[in-house]
Design a protein around this ligand. Structure first.
Ligand SMILES: Nc1nc2c(c(=O)[nH]1)N[C@H]1C(S)=C(S)[C@@H](COP(=O)(O)O)O[C@H]1N2
Ligand SMILES: [Mo]
Length: 413
């Protein structure tokens, strides 16, 4: 290798013989003065890694990742916070539905971090465009890109911090992450609309950009895209094992490992954190409110006909573990209180002292589903305290946050 910088030290003899190039002068910013402004002068962007063809090639992967992330995010949001008209029609099947959509949400969100970084690097020379503003249209376009970048960075950053359960901000993650998702989506659509001529011109490999390329530039671009693909592959492989358990051996970077936790299952909120103690459970009864209210002890629940269900706990934060659950079908408990399964919703209250997931409501479809259980056992053993002893909800196709633990009251609605 030859260095482009002249070196003060004499090169070793063997090397000196091979140097044919005259030593280059060190680079100087031309002009009368090296003012503060000249620091802002763009570096010389050689090669075509910053051209429209590269931006298009990277951008469509990023667009695809954001599209999947947005749609799966909507699914997650509406399963957790359904509007009243939808609440009773949320489907309890397929049982793996939320597992799939939330797994995709987190995986595409993590992949989008890599893709966004590459995309920003590809287009950052445009920050130095002179003059900065050519027309009103140009100004609006630049403003829309600024909004897009800010919203996209915000969304990926808050999502990432959420999966590690770190909330270094004063606002509610759920509402703000949801709202900004619309801003990102809207500004992507606007961006695509504005850039349609460029995108179509550079969509295929034979785009004008490529034809004009010297061969080595095409190689550069291919290397960039391969590198990006490899980085996405590594990020995905080292995190997706938290939800695709056959790949759990490679789960090195995800915040959760599917096996780590009591009874082989992770725990988000421990009994201690929820203020639930074994001592406080001595007097535990399940209260069921409805046309014919009643209460049951744990032995009373165990004496009812038991059902089994193999269902995943699919946490919104992206980890999923399948388990065998045993307990009393919720519809049987509702019928016993005089409610008609398929016609009534249910409010479930936890013993938990405080917390966003102390009270949960489930719609008619879930109440009616034979796989929706008030679970007493996990993988054949009584629930551990951290998994919701003495009784917890487990239902198919439902976000983990709604699988309420330490249940003590059901209300037929
Ligand atoms: N009462 C109560 N139930 C709860 C929670 C909670 O904070 N309080 N957390 C939920 C969340 S976020 C998840 S992912 C599941 C996890 O269940 P596990 O801890 O048994 O794995 O429990 C849910 N049940
Ligand atoms: Mo969760």
């Amino acid at each position: 290798m030859t260095s482009s910088r002249p070196s003060r030290k004499p090169a070793p003899k063997s090397a000196r013989k091979r140097v044919h190039e005259p030593a280059r002068k060190p680079f100087r910013v031309p002009g009368p003065s090296r003012s503060a402004l000249s620091v802002l002068r763009p570096p010389a962007f050689t090669g075509r890694l910053h051209d429209a063809r590269t931006a298009t090639a990277v951008g469509r992967w990023l667009g695809a990742a954001f599209a999947v992330c947005f749609v799966t995010g909507l699914v997650s949001h509406y399963l957790q916070h359904p509007p009243a008209w939808l609440a009773d029609d949320l489907p309890a099947r397929p049982v793996w539905g939320y597992w799939l959509t939330q797994g995709l949400h987190i995986a595409t969100g993590l992949a989008a971090i890599v893709l966004l970084l590459v995309k920003l690097w590809t287009v950052y020379p445009r920050l130095f465009v002179r003059p900065p503003v050519r027309s009103v249209r140009h100004a609006l376009e630049r403003l829309s890109v600024a909004v897009l970048v800010a919203a996209a960075v915000f969304e990926l950053l808050t999502g990432l911090l959420n999966i590690v359960e770190w909330y270094p901000w004063p606002f509610s993650f759920i509402q703000v992450h949801f709202a900004v998702a619309w801003v990102v989506t809207g500004s992507i659509l606007l961006h695509v609309a504005v850039k349609t001529p460029e995108i179509t011109a550079h969509w295929s490999k034979r785009s004008t950009g490529t034809l004009a390329l010297p061969a080595e530039d095409a190689v550069d671009r291919r290397s960039l895209l391969l590198g990006m693909g490899a980085a996405v592959g590594v990020v995905t492989l080292t995190t997706v094992g938290q939800t695709v358990t056959p790949l759990k051996t490679f789960d090195l970077l995800a915040p959760r490992h599917p096996d780590h936790g009591p009874q082989g299952l992770p725990v988000n909120r421990t009994a201690a954190a929820a203020g639930v103690t074994a001592g406080g459970l001595a007097e535990w009864r399940l209260e069921v409110a409805g046309p014919r209210p009643y209460a049951l002890t744990l032995d009373g629940l165990r004496a009812m006909e038991q059902a089994r269900a193999r269902l995943p706990i699919a946490c919104v934060e992206g980890w999923t573990v399948q388990a065998d659950w045993g307990g009393v079908p919720v519809r049987a408990l509702v019928e016993r209180a005089g409610g008609r399964p398929g016609r009534v919703a249910l409010r479930v209250t936890s013993l938990e002292v405080s917390g966003a997931y102390r009270v949960m409501e489930m719609g008619e479809e879930y109440v009616d589903d034979p796989l929706t259980l008030l679970a007493l056992t996990l993988n054949g053993r009584p629930l551990s305290l951290d998994h919701g002893f003495p009784a917890r909800v487990i239902a198919p196709n439902r976000p983990g946050v709604l699988q309420t633990k330490w249940v003590h009251r059901l209300e037929v609605l």
